[in-house]
Write a protein that binds this ligand. Structure first.
Ligand code: SAM
Ligand code: SF4
Ligand code: SF4
Length: 335
């Protein structure tokens, strides 16, 4: 029997962080003051090998996981990533292998990843304006690289892509319409995500969140929208359709309308810890067990019992006080 947690949620999706490193320093995720050039990221020995990731994914699949998303840090920085995709592709029950990336290395990697069997690509893009993009990514890689990556991924067969934009009040609200126009013109599915209090080093406040409802209103003023009843099992994004036939847009109200009830995701960090929630404060050290010689049966029993104990629903319980509590950084546990 496949396990369910204490809130009766099955385990269907796994996010795998393949590295804690990144070529960007987005202030809401990896602020440069704390993660500067002298920051000690995990060394090679500390991160799971592809063999170890594959073994764990097979165990998760046996418990019901059907979707894997590769993430990080920036997953495209992990050497030979297509090789990991090839290994995962060989797991028959795995229906969907996706990737979340900042897109800067897609010009080189989109095609090899497609050939290796990757199904889908999501690119994070918070701004189109070059100066705004530079400030929001705190990197020298220009927005043109990301746009080139998006085009290459589309041409490699990944289109239409999902584009994710995190909105912050007073920071990139004025990117809503340009990003929507870009996505409409290229046929991509743009999703606006509410800014969240992830990790511990950032200065999150409720008044910096742009509520999904407001985004829908602002978009509607330019391109009237209608809500799509997503009969399919995507409980994360609200789907809206442009009435003029310009495609769809997704709104992810992770703060103002949380969806913990439908949350069937576990997260595996680059250093082999299992986390039951994006806002977790501790994880289960699977790497130590793996390297200590644990059998598949032992590991599987442990995963099952850990999931059965899960009662996380942070976003439903969030307050200004919980927002200030330290949590594991998002780039560590797989955003
Ligand atoms: N580096 C890759 C990327 O940026 O797509 C993958 C990892 S990143 C942690 C995954 C996603 O988390 C990105 O879409 C990013 O915008 C989002 N993210 C990071 N910090 C966030 C925050 N404070 N609130 C909401 N989303 C956040
Ligand atoms: Fe890097 Fe992604 Fe975090 Fe930005 S959001 S710092 S690209 S891991
Ligand atoms: Fe899932 Fe935790 Fe996010 Fe709720 S807060 S949706 S339980 S990851």
């Amino acid at each position: 029997m496949e396990p369910v947690d204490r809130l009766n949620r099955p385990l269907r999706a796994l996010r795998v962080s393949v590295t804690d490193r990144c070529n960007f320093r987005c202030p809401y995720c990896m602020p440069r003051e704390r993660f500067g050039d002298d920051h000690a990221f995990l060394d090679r020995q500390a991160i799971l090998s592809f063999e170890e990731i594959e073994r764990l994914v097979r165990l998760f699949v046996a418990l019901g996981v059907r979707k894997v998303r590769l993430t990080g840090g920036e997953p495209l920085l992990r050497r030979d990533l297509p090789e990991l995709v090839r290994r995962l592709r060989a797991i028959p029950e795995l229906r969907d292998i996706a990737l979340t990336t900042n897109g800067a290395l897609l010009p080189e990697l989109a095609r090899p990843l497609r050939v290796a069997g990757l199904d889908r690509v999501t690119v994070s893009l918070d701004a189109l304006d070059p100066d705004r993009f530079a400030a929001l990514s705190d990197s020298r890689l220009p927005v043109g690289r990301v746009l080139e990556g998006i085009a290459t991924a589309g041409a490699a067969g990944f289109g239409p892509l999902k584009l994710n934009c995190v909105l912050q009040r007073g920071v990139n609200e004025d990117e809503i319409l340009p990003l929507a126009a870009f996505a409409r013109a290229h046929g991509h599915l743009l999703r606006f995500i509410e800014y969240m209090d992830v990790g511990s080093g950032q200065d999150w406040r409720m008044d910096r969140v742009v509520p999904a409802e407001e985004v829908a209103r602002r978009l509607s003023e330019h391109w009237p929208l209608e809500r799509v009843d997503s009969g399919h099992a995507d409980c994360v994004a609200q789907h809206w359709r442009y009435r003029d036939g310009g495609g769809e847009v997704g709104l992810i109200a992770s703060v103002t309308a949380p969806f913990c009830q439908g949350c069937d995701r576990a997260r595996l960090s680059a250093d082999g810890h299992l986390y039951a929630c994006l806002f977790a404060t501790e994880g289960l050290d699977l790497k130590g067990l793996l390297r200590g010689g644990a059998t598949d049966a032992t590991l599987s029993a442990l995963l099952r019992s850990r999931w059965a104990r899960r009662d996380d629903r942070y976003s439903e319980l969030r307050t200004e006080a919980t927002a200030r509590q330290p949590k594991v950084e998002m780039f560590r546990l797989g955003g």
